[in-house]
Design a protein around this ligand. Structure first.
Ligand SMILES: [Cu+2]
Length: 119
């Protein structure tokens, strides 16, 4: 598989697949470098811009070209307020094309979005 062109380490907000939320993330490690455990902050807002404060946020990732996942199991450990969720335990162990899928569960509703990033 070939990576999409023009990938960067961070993109702007992306809409979830079913359009329920706008999701963005910020790496607390800048720039993202391999083999360093670090945290992300995932921002969740509704499609009309209101912060979502009662979401269960899960994150999985992998390299589509290599058929493997992340070497860690990151967890959303804390709600920081204003739609921001702290995700601890991010680690990338290879350079190249990664995909990160962030899933949002609020009560019985579910939606997710996949970000491409190039390390
Ligand atoms: Cu790989």
């Amino acid at each position: 598989m070939l990576a999409p062109v023009g990938l960067a380490q961070e993109q702007g907000a992306q809409r979830t697949d079913d359009g329920m939320y706008l999701i963005s993330y910020e790496s607390k490690l800048q720039p993202i470098t391999i083999n360093r455990i670090h945290n992300w902050v995932v921002h969740v807002e509704t499609s009309d811009g209101s912060p979502v404060d009662d979401a269960m946020v899960t994150l999985i990732g992998g390299m589509p070209g290599h058929d493997h996942g992340l070497p860690t199991m990151p967890l959303a450990t804390q709600y920081l307020g204003d739609g921001d969720y702290l995700v601890e335990g991010m680690k990338f162990h290879m350079n190249g094309w990664w995909q990160i899928t962030i899933s949002i569960t609020v009560e019985s509703s579910y939606d997710s979005v996949t970000f491409d990033l190039q390390l």
